[in-house]
Design a protein around this ligand. Structure first.
Ligand SMILES: Cc1ncc(COP(=O)(O)O)c(C=O)c1O
Length: 347
């Protein structure tokens, strides 16, 4: 029996949708990651019960951290982007977490930059607060070990391809790291929106909305580029086609990054006849009813979509591109600058 709902929410469902196509479905991802991270900080004495944990989030990490703080008797302060909606705002308030929401801003780079600046202001006023740094501190990997163990037990980890959207990089990076540790033949496929610098596509814009939670306009230390075999860049339009098809064909009501992952996973499954492909569905579809599902009649059929294979990022084009990454290091625009001036991947 679970001792707190954060444990229940942290445990995903594994659903075999079709032959060699498995969905790793979370009600809301990152609960397992935030719980393990806070537990580790308490165990190592980095924080004490009652301390305030601080971070910036566009949504599901805020909820996960608030749950972990509720579980361990900590205070929680979030600097949220405009994508924190009414439902989440209300839940956070009742859970006792405080939220500062930034003014609406259509420029993702500016929005992220302003949130980081605000964090620094808060830390200057409250040096006793602990900044969680979900995008940089690999304490966020640990919780996914239990998920990897379950995948290994139920799906097998030999001839397995893991597909997922890359935001902080913790979920996909951790699953690949822990699945590979046991020696299985595991491939990792990252999914990105256009315009994200993480795998060097800052130069291609998607005229429609960005996919919440994945991609970035600034470098993140938690992305382990050397773990990824392949990268797909998927537009809003193609991701919506995936989300609608996932609900229509398999009755899975999930978010936009899940739709993009599903599209990429179907393609990877079809091109590798001996591999099982697992994709991550990080959240449910509720947040996306108006922006994604309301337009279901206009959604393109997934059979009409195929990726453009590119050998070089200069060839990237909407609505969907695929490139072999071959476990290469971070491209220049995604390297995290260190205070001393040298560049490093982990902050
Ligand atoms: C909806 C959604 N999908 C995918 C991700 C990516 O997860 P990660 O940060 O572990 O890369 C996020 C992260 O915020 C998210 O909100």
């Amino acid at each position: 029996m679970d001792q707190h709902i954060a444990e229940s929410i942290g445990r995903p469902d594994l659903i075999r949708l079709e032959d060699r196509l498995v969905c790793l479905r979370f009600e809301t991802m990152k609960a397992v990651s935030a719980l393990a991270a806070v537990r580790h900080l308490l165990d190592t004495g980095a924080v004490r019960p009652g301390d305030t944990l601080l971070d910036s989030s566009s949504g599901i990490y805020a909820y996960a951290l608030a749950l972990a703080c509720h579980r361990y008797g900590m205070r929680c302060h979030i600097v949220g982007s405009t994508t924190v909606d009414h439902t989440l705002r209300t839940q956070l308030a009742v859970l006792g977490a405080t939220l500062e929401q930034m003014e609406p801003c259509s420029d993702l780079r500016l929005d992220q930059k302003r949130r980081v600046e605000r964090i620094h202001e808060i830390l200057a006023e409250h040096p006793e607060y602990h900044w969680m740094r979900q995008y940089h501190d690999d304490v966020h990997y640990a919780g996914y070990r239990a998920v990897a163990d379950r995948i290994r037990a139920e799906t097998g980890a030999d001839g397995l391809t893991v597909v997922g959207g890359v935001g902080s990089g913790a979920s996909t990076g951790a699953l690949a790291r822990y699945l590979r540790e046991a020696g299985g033949d595991v491939e990792l496929v990252g999914v990105q929106p256009y315009g994200s610098v993480t795998f060097g596509a800052g130069h291609v814009a998607d005229p429609e909305i960005i996919i919440a939670g994945i991609g970035s306009s600034i470098p993140f230390g938690n992305v382990a580029h050397e773990q990824y075999d392949t990268v797909h860049w998927i537009s809003f339009e193609a991701a919506r086609a995936g989300s609608v098809d996932l609900l229509r064909r398999h009755a899975v009501f999930a978010g936009l990054s899940a739709g993009a992952g599903y599209l990429a996973a179907r393609h990877e499954r079809d091109r590798a006849p001996r591999r099982t492909v697992l994709f991550v569905a990080a959240d449910t579809g509720h947040r996306y009813v108006d922006t994604v599902y309301a337009g279901h009649r206009e959604a393109l059929p997934v059979s009409a979509l195929a990726p453009r294979e590119v050998a070089d990022r200069g060839e990237l084009a909407l609505p969907w591109s695929r490139m072999a990454w071959n476990r290469a290091p971070a491209p220049g625009e995604a390297r995290v600058p260190r205070p001393g001036g040298r560049l490093t991947r982990t902050a």
